[in-house]
Design a protein around this ligand. Structure first.
Ligand code: BEZ
Ligand code: FE
Length: 256
């Protein structure tokens, strides 16, 4: 076993043992916890559980001190190979898609403000009822997922709808654990993006809608003040907001 694995496993178990001693954990509670571990596996919810309750700490540890724009968690609902959108850059949606139509635009630059041409923005979001295509019943495959590229001035734009907030699944073991602890299961409304450019560290982030409920009580602890956006009515029945992304140089890969 590597020193690293030895240290992490030893320290994790030590902390679990401390909780058992400090809170006088009983055999009944231990058996209930064991059954819950089994249930999470059988429900296929380990990725969900990790992304709700652990990923935010890893993200902050990895990127909290980085220059440039704030990142936040990836979550479990990204799908690769979303279509590259052509002008007028509208995320694929149903003809009767509900939710306020919104124009999103801005620039991608380096940390000194130099525009990055041909940067890629991979975008995915829930619909106005908080449902992700490919994971939840309702929206068709590929709904509200797409990629756009920046122009020579680093500018990008796309049109979408304001997503709705949503709960993590309430009937599975992660939701049941959340209810048992009396925590809110909601995530506030947000749009996910991965912003990438050659030679730069990909920025995994989310933009949170300022008018959404649950900004102060995100079950996944992923909201950061710098990531809250304020869509404004444009006067022609649509909304709009801008957001600029600043990327930092790619990290040198660690030598194995
Ligand atoms: C999300 O952002 O979609 C998400 C993140 C963590 C857990 C569940 C969903
Ligand atoms: Fe999400």
């Amino acid at each position: 076993m590597s020193d690293r694995a030895n240290t992490l496993i030893t320290e994790t178990l030590k902390r679990i043992h401390q909780v058992i001693v400090e809170h006088d954990v009983t055999y009944e509670e231990y058996q209930a916890a064991k059954q819950w571990f089994i249930d999470v596996g059988e429900a296929g919810e380990w990725p969900l559980f990790g992304d709700v309750y652990i990923e935010h700490a890893v993200e902050e540890q990895a990127f909290g001190n980085r220059e440039g724009s704030r990142g936040t968690i990836l979550g479990p609902f990204h799908l690769p190979d979303a279509p590259m959108l052509q002008a007028p850059f509208e995320l694929p949606h149903r003809s009767d898609e509900t939710g306020d139509r919104t124009q999103v635009s801005g620039r991608v630059t380096d940390a000194d403000g130099k525009p990055l041409a041909d940067a890629n923005l991979d975008i995915w979001q829930a619909d106005a009822e908080g449902r992700y295509s490919g994971f939840m019943p309702g929206p068709p495959e590929g709904n509200l997922r797409g990629q756009v590229r920046t122009d020579a001035d680093g500018r990008y734009e796309f049109t979408t709808v304001i997503p709705g907030p949503y709960t993590i699944p309430l009937d599975g073991p992660t939701g049941k654990m959340t209810a048992a602890a009396d925590w809110s299961p909601w995530r506030p409304a947000h749009i996910h993006l991965i912003v990438g450019a050659d030679g730069y560290e990909p920025l995994v982030t989310q933009l949170f809608i300022a008018t959404s409920d649950y900004l102060d009580d995100d079950v996944a602890s992923a909201v950061k003040p710098e990531l809250i956006v304020h869509p404004k009515a444009t006067g022609d029945g649509e909304m709009a907001f801008t957001y600029d992304f600043a990327l930092t140089p790619a990290r040198t890969p660690a030598v194995a």
